[in-house]
Design a protein around this ligand. Structure first.
Ligand SMILES: [Ca+2]
Length: 89
């Protein structure tokens, strides 16, 4: 879910930031987010790294797989954090 949200945010940022004096494209936003070695290209490994980090966060018992219970707990945690963020703004 976070990956989908990130990609959507990048696409929306491309449109929003296009109105600034120096337009930032969706491609620029992708590079900023994914190109960790700053070589101007996104490798499969770089593209998958955020998903791997999310997998590790979701795999609470570190058994190498995500159960429905772990997925539910992760989504509930995100939902709670989003609600807390909304309250603080
Ligand atoms: Ca790269």
């Amino acid at each position: 879910m976070k990956i989908a949200v990130t990609i959507l945010a990048l696409l929306l940022a491309g449109n929003t930031l296009a109105e600034t004096p120096e337009p930032i494209t969706a491609g620029d936003a992708f590079m900023h987010h994914y190109d960790s070695d700053k070589d101007g290209k996104i490798s499969l490994e770089e593209f998958q790294a955020p998903a791997a980090r999310q997998f590790e966060q979701m795999d609470a018992d570190a058994d190498g797989s995500i159960s429905a219970e772990e997925a539910t707990a992760f989504v509930e945690k995100l939902r709670s954090e989003m609600q807390e963020t909304g309250k603080s703004q």
